[in-house]
Design a protein around this ligand. Structure first.
Ligand SMILES: [Zn+2]
Ligand SMILES: [Zn+2]
Length: 130
């Protein structure tokens, strides 16, 4: 795709990126689309997919996991740990974990080194425990 075409909808891309920065939910393309559609009337799900992919290529967002066939996105690209509720799909950051401690606790084969720490813990959230 030519660059001009990729960049034409940059305003929508900015809005998608801002939405991801403000969200703690690690939304899927569908979640972004449903929440932004009232604000961006001409938004299509395809546009959201394309912009998320582009933002990922630009290194501004990252894909965390795929849950029930939907990729979940995060605007925080540095080391951190996630907690996924396997029941409702809620995906949140775990704040009280030292990623440095995890890095140093991991025993890798000689010569291997960690470049990115991307850890998702699966469990049940309080809403689903009841
Ligand atoms: Zn849950
Ligand atoms: Zn996160």
């Amino acid at each position: 795709m030519p660059v001009e075409k990729k960049l034409r909808r940059s305003h929508q891309r900015d809005q998608i990126y801002e939405y991801l920065c403000q969200s703690v939910e690690h939304p899927s393309a569908e979640m972004v689309y449903n929440d932004l559609r009232p604000e961006i009337p001409n938004l299509s799900l395809g546009t959201v997919y394309r912009n998320l992919k582009l933002l990922e290529e630009l290194g501004k967002v990252r894909r965390v996991i795929s849950y029930q066939g939907s990729e979940r996105y995060d605007a925080i690209c540095g080391d951190h740990v996630h907690f996924l509720c396997g029941c409702c799909g809620r995906l949140r950051d775990v704040k009280n974990v030292s990623t440095e401690a995890i890095r140093s606790a991991v025993l890798l084969e000689e010569g291997c080194r960690i470049t990115k720490l991307d850890l998702t813990i699966t469990g049940i959230c309080p809403d689903c425990t009841g």
